[in-house]
Design a protein around this ligand. Structure first.
Ligand SMILES: NC(=O)C1=CN([C@@H]2O[C@H](COP(=O)(O)OP(=O)(O)OC[C@H]3O[C@@H](n4cnc5c(N)ncnc54)[C@H](O)[C@@H]3O)[C@@H](O)[C@H]2O)[C@@H](O)CC1
Ligand SMILES: [K+]
Length: 479
């Protein structure tokens, strides 16, 4: 697991470390690491370091100080460094002195645009973890002239450090170099951060506020049958999805469950013939009441929100096995919360809302702080909540939260959620902790999406087809 800490926790840890570290030492550690990444980016983009031009955008805090010190280190490698000070009177004193001593140039705000245009690399040291809100107009105006790659110091300025929210002008970086520990922005705003690298400055932090699964975590969690297993012992998953008119959701959810694990999949609903036609290995019946025993249910995709859907949901909630309530099932729960009375309180429930379904469940949209929103919903429904979005957030009623950071946005395609619910149901049936199951399913789902897309549009069927490759890739990276 990768740990992620809020800026409040990071600042407290920095204060503890600053108290026992010589003055300026932490910033020099951070800035030296930053300069190494800057040189690497120059070499990558231009083929050389010496003689290249770097322009620093320098704000009034320590983030600007990091940029100035990194500029001084780059001068040692014969890089031409120019610094645009957004607030010259409040620029970091020792950093500015170091840059000047090293032969770096300080340019005025008015001359800034030409130095940005000429740069081989632009370093964003405008603001770091102490700032909130979008860039101010002077900084935003400078960004208009940027065409070179951008390296963000600690985080892309203008993006909220604790939520990753962008609500105005903000830097879009090719790479972000952060210090000490990952902050929420790094997991929640991949499109703003670009590639994220961590420089160790010796921070010591305990329990993280938020986590991200490593490939190794997913590989360890994913069920692999042993020599004594049979189709029942691995956990049977039931899928209650689709309708005669809309059988697609059933085919996708059941198919994902088939591909996720090697046990048995049962289907119950009006699309039994179509499901059987696509997946002969699925035992398909017309109704949940005669589906047979399962160890987890996936319910909701395409079942409708009328009487029949409500009855199906009530039935599966009363079986004493984990339930993944997706799509129409979340809408039913939002409109008729009494269906949850059928639930045995000890039965794990996973809700998988997108933003619209979330609003129905909670009465207001998720807002900028999606992690807090998912946690609140998890508490309200005493359920694991997987909040869909570009970055998927999974929160448990006990407060655990994780985020899945995707590669690209190819998952935003019709039927993609049905595939995710099938994966998740199969993991629940295997007995995995529901929070981990949701995180692992989201991880493999997004990996399958990027493998299927391979830089071109894909479809839910494409994602479904790439599940075995995604699982192979997860397992191969750790074997
Ligand atoms: N404290 C430490 O031990 C370390 C801090 N480091 C750096 O220090 C940074 C935090 O520095 P600071 O706490 O000085 O604060 P920042 O550099 O994040 O900036 C705060 C300053 O920006 C201004 N500001 C606030 N919102 C703004 C906005 N929207 N637009 C423009 N200006 C705005 C404020 O007036 C304030 O002066 C970290 O992000 C990191 O880069 C690193 O050097 C590592 C060590
Ligand atoms: K920054």
């Amino acid at each position: 697991m990768q740990g992620i800490w809020t800026t409040e926790r990071i600042r407290a840890a920095e204060d503890r470390l600053l108290a026992v570290t010589p003055d300026g030492e932490l910033m020099r550690r951070a800035a030296f690491g930053l300069s190494v990444h800057a040189a690497e980016m120059l070499a990558e983009h231009t083929g050389s370091v010496s003689g290249r031009r770097v322009t620093l955008l320098v704000g009034s805090g320590n983030n600007g100080g990091d940029a100035l010190w990194a500029g001084a280190f780059l001068r040692r490698r014969n890089v031409a460094v120019s610094a645009i000070l957004l607030k010259p009177e409040r620029a970091h004193g020792p950093g500015l002195a170091a840059l000047k001593r090293s032969g770096g140039r300080v340019v005025s705000l008015e001359d800034g645009p030409q130095w940005i245009r000429r740069a081989d690399l632009v370093v964003d040291g405008i603001v770091g973890i102490s700032a909130r809100g979008p860039l101010r107009p002077d900084a935003a105006a400078l960004l208009e002239y940027v065409s070179a790659p951008v390296l963000a110091v600690d985080l892309p300025s203008g993006v909220d450090p604790d939520t990753g929210a962008v609500d105005g002008p903000a830097v879009v970086a090719d790479r972000t170099v952060t210090f000490g520990a990952l902050k929420p922005v790094h997991a929640l705003a991949p499109a703003s951060c670009g590639e994220v690298s961590l420089v160790d400055i010796g921070l010591r932090l305990s329990e993280p506020d938020l986590q991200r699964l490593d490939t190794a975590d997913v590989a360890a969690a994913w069920p692999v049958p042993g020599p004594d297993d049979d189709k029942y012992s691995q956990g049977v998953v039931g899928v209650a999805a689709g309708s005669a008119t809309y059988p697609g959701a059933a085919v996708l959810a059941a198919g994902a469950a088939v591909r996720a694990t090697s046990g048995l999949v049962r289907y119950a609903g009006h699309a039994a013939d179509v499901v059987r036609g696509h997946w002969p290995e699925v035992i398909a019946t017309g109704s949940v009441t005669d589906a047979g025993r399962v160890q987890a249910w996936v319910v909701g995709p395409g079942i409708g929100t009328g009487h029949e859907g409500r009855d199906v949901l009530r039935f599966v909630l009363g079986r004493g096995v984990p339930v993944c309530a997706d799509a129409d099932a979340t809408t039913i729960i939002a409109r008729s919360p009494d269906v949850l009375d059928a639930r045995d309180p000890d039965t794990p429930l996973v809700l998988t809302p997108h933003a619209g379904e979330f609003e129905r469940l909670m009465g207001s949209p998720p807002g900028a702080d999606r992690v807090a929103a998912a946690r609140a919903a998890a508490r309200k429904y005493d359920a694991v909540v997987l909040l869909k979005g570009h970055c998927t957030v999974v929160a448990a009623p006990d407060g655990r939260a994780l985020v899945n950071t995707p590669r690209g946005s190819w998952l935003a395609t019709a039927g993609s959620g049905d595939v995710l619910s099938g994966l998740l149901g199969a993991l629940l049936a295997s007995g995995l902790d529901p929070w981990l199951a949701a995180g692992a399913a989201a991880h493999v789902h997004s990996l399958a999406g990027s493998l299927a897309a391979d830089d071109a549009p894909t479809s839910a069927s494409g994602i479904l087809g790439a599940i075995p490759d995604a699982l192979r890739s997860v397992r191969s990276l750790t074997s």
